[in-house]
Design a protein around this ligand. Sequence first.
Ligand SMILES: [Zn+2]
Length: 298
Amino acid sequence: MLDRTLWAALSGESMMRHAILRGFRAQTLIFVLALLASWGTVYSPTSTTAAITSPRLATSSTASELLPGSPERGITVVLDPGHNGASASHAAEINRPVPNGRGGTKPCNTTGTATNGGYPEHAFTWDVAVRVRDALTGRGVHVVLTRPNDAGIGPCVNDRAAIANRAAARAMVSIHADGAAPSGHGFHIAYSDPPLNDSQGPPSRALADALVKTMRKHGFTVANYIGSHGLYPRPDLAGLNLAQIPAALVECANMRNAQEAELVATPRGRAQYAAAIADGILAWLNSSVAASGNRRGP
Ligand SMILES: [Zn+2]
């Protein structure tokens, strides 16, 4: 019993020594592993591999942005902000007749309308066009504007179409707002009809349809005073008649309607119009590019 007690005591001591030894070894092992791990984080080949693979990951991420989600990248679109800031004080220049695209003439340009509070259409169209440009540029689209600022005269409607045709753009979208009876409200999209070339047929109609869809999606209602279901095919707009690429004109609102006047005169309202138009252009570009390939020209 004593022996057993002694043995038990001895073996207990021995076990404890082993346990301490094992604990020491375990602690040492943990310490060495921790040291290796911390060394590895900073200096290990794993870290080097990460440094090498990071750019590769970034490249593949960029490449994925080019794939199905963004076929619009690198494509040119012309935005045509209606009217201009100095046109009203240069009546002779903007009243001179220019070709209307159907064998006749019409004035070079007009001054545009304004809200009853005095906010002019040319300022609205410029502001919205810049916002649309920024949205499209952010998606890799190359944007050409038909005027460089809101302080000039014209350009004439035929020159605006010529700018679009020269740019070999995939599409042209003109931006306007209407000046109708105060009870009228809502947007409408115009396109050349009857079409004068292939681009003015189904492609322009599809562009107009895409714009109607996204304007509605962004909460705007179709016009209650003109056109049908937000579409207004017409033969008399020279800029659309002379376009050799798909083209449409957005009449965003009736500036003489009190509610819409309030919306167009605020940056928040203009941002909403711009987002809807940019989405419409992108939607149309995506379907158009998917159908015909990512070419830079029309
Ligand atoms: Zn206008």
